[in-house]
Ligand binder design. Structure first.
Ligand code: GAL
Length: 427
């Protein structure tokens, strides 16, 4: 049935007026100070598959809860914050902080931004919501300073994971190696068949340090590794040299274009069957899943050889910089990140496990459930590559040394330099 033109005009007018009435609160809120709509700028380095989806899931909830706030996804690409951290530093030093930013729990948070007096405590978020006992005590400890909590931990990641292409392993009758010697044998078999054994993407040198931390734990065990960062384990002892020798051997099995490749590029090599394995934190799980793969079908996992029983951990957290442009909106963001709802939306996509202890296990896949069990029962070790074990300055020295080592594989030179760096930084 066709309405006469005048009726159609009237109908259109009614629709327009109703839309304006419905939207009125948006304009009112946006114009609170007579200015532009309110904005919330969230700064992170989550741009790769899995990372981006996890962040988007959180953003969706935030938009639904606070429809008048315009979200700005301020990302700086580069795994492990390799580029983002320096951009953030410039902004913080210039008095231009985002509303909230990603920062690793532990030394990266406390020794830099908290020590510099640039962060507000967020203990009240935990206290006001009754969440102080919903997070592991050990985690709360590493985000605290002088009795106050300084960030909201969104997740727990595991660093020491070996991921492998199941089709290649099955076709070659291989099982995941359990020791560095077994790793060597598996690599030899694959190399003889013309398959590049290990994918590495260290266009950001952090990925080599990431591999090194697993090799160190696999060589010296969890307690000695922890002692490296407290001064209890010597850096000029035989284990460091043994670990560097193992690392050098592993470099003989990696893709020749590793220095031009990113971490997610390396995971993609495993998916494509260009390489059989890669060593990466379990954000790789998020990447596999973002590409439509299923754990234990196309890809498998195991602790890095020799690190069984150890869980090298890190946690992505968000903080509240002093001078956040919209503090209220930022507090709402942090509250969402700390909530069960937020964590159960983000982590299943990210590959991590929730940092809260009361999340819904059924929402997590087989890999993640195994990580939850490991986190509960294994020895927890702080990751150095991802800000938990040592101050940024020390990590930067290690990265510089590794940048040289992956090129010259000179064990003597690297071990002397690592010991010198430790002497400068250990407290
Ligand atoms: C880590 C971070 C993870 C993941 C990874 C690669 O430092 O904790 O969440 O994003 O970098 O970018």
């Amino acid at each position: 049935m066709k309405l006469p033109r005048s009726r159609r005009r009237a109908a259109a007018l009614i629709v327009l007026v109703s839309a304006l009435i419905l939207a009125a609160p948006l304009f009112a809120a946006g114009n609170r100070e007579g200015s532009l709509p309110r904005r919330l700028e969230i700064f992170s380095w989550w741009t790769a598959g899995g990372e981006a989806e996890g962040l988007a899931a959180l953003f969706d909830i935030y938009r639904w809860k606070y429809p008048t706030i315009f979200l700005i996804n301020a990302t700086v690409a580069g795994g492990a914050g390799s580029n983002a951290k320096s951009v953030l530093a410039t902004r913080m030093q210039g008095g231009n902080p985002p509303d909230s930013f990603q920062v690793h729990a532990g030394h990266e948070l406390i020794d830099s931004w908290v020590a510099a007096g640039k962060m507000e405590p967020v203990t009240f978020i935990f206290r006001d919501n009754g969440w102080l006992n919903k997070f592991p005590r050990g985690l709360i400890d590493i985000i605290s300073f002088k009795g106050e909590i300084y960030s909201v931990p969104l997740n727990i990641h595991r660093s020491n994971v070996l991921w492998y292409n199941r089709r290649i392993f099955t076709a070659n009758g291989l099982v995941p190696p359990r020791s560095l010697d077994e790793l060597d044998r598996v690599c030899q078999i694959l190399a003889r068949k013309g398959i590049t054994p290990l994918a590495l993407g260290d266009n950001g040198i952090w990925a080599s340090v990431h591999l090194l931390e697993s090799v160190l734990v696999g060589t010296m065990g969890p307690e000695k590794f922890k002692g490296l960062w407290t001064g209890e384990t010597r850096w000029d002892g035989p284990e460091i040299r043994a670990a560097l020798r193992s690392f050098a051997r592993i470099m003989g099995y990696v893709n020749s274009d590793h220095a031009a490749l990113s971490w997610d590029g390396a995971v993609q090599y495993v998916i494509d069957g260009k390489c059989a394995m890669t060593v990466m934190g379990d954000w790789a799980e998020g990447y596999f899943k973002a590409k439509g793969l299923t754990p234990n079908r196309e890809y498998g996992w195991a602790p890095f050889p020799g690190t069984q029983g150890s869980f090298i951990m890190l946690s992505d957290s968000f903080g509240l910089p002093r001078g956040a442009p919209d503090r209220d909106a930022a507090v709402n963001w942090l509250t969402l990140a700390a909530s069960r709802e937020g964590q159960d939306a983000f982590n299943p996509k990210k590959g991590s496990i929730p940092s809260r202890t009361d999340c819904d296990r059924a929402l997590y896949d087989e890999y993640q459930q195994s990580a939850m069990d490991s986190y509960r029962s294994e020895t927890i070790i702080p990751s150095v590559t991802h800000g938990a074990a040592a101050a940024e300055g020390w990590l930067a020295s290690i990265q510089d040394i590794m940048a040289g080592f992956v090129c010259d594989l000179n064990v003597d030179k690297a071990s002397v330099s690592l010991a010198q760096a430790a002497a400068r930084h250990v407290r």
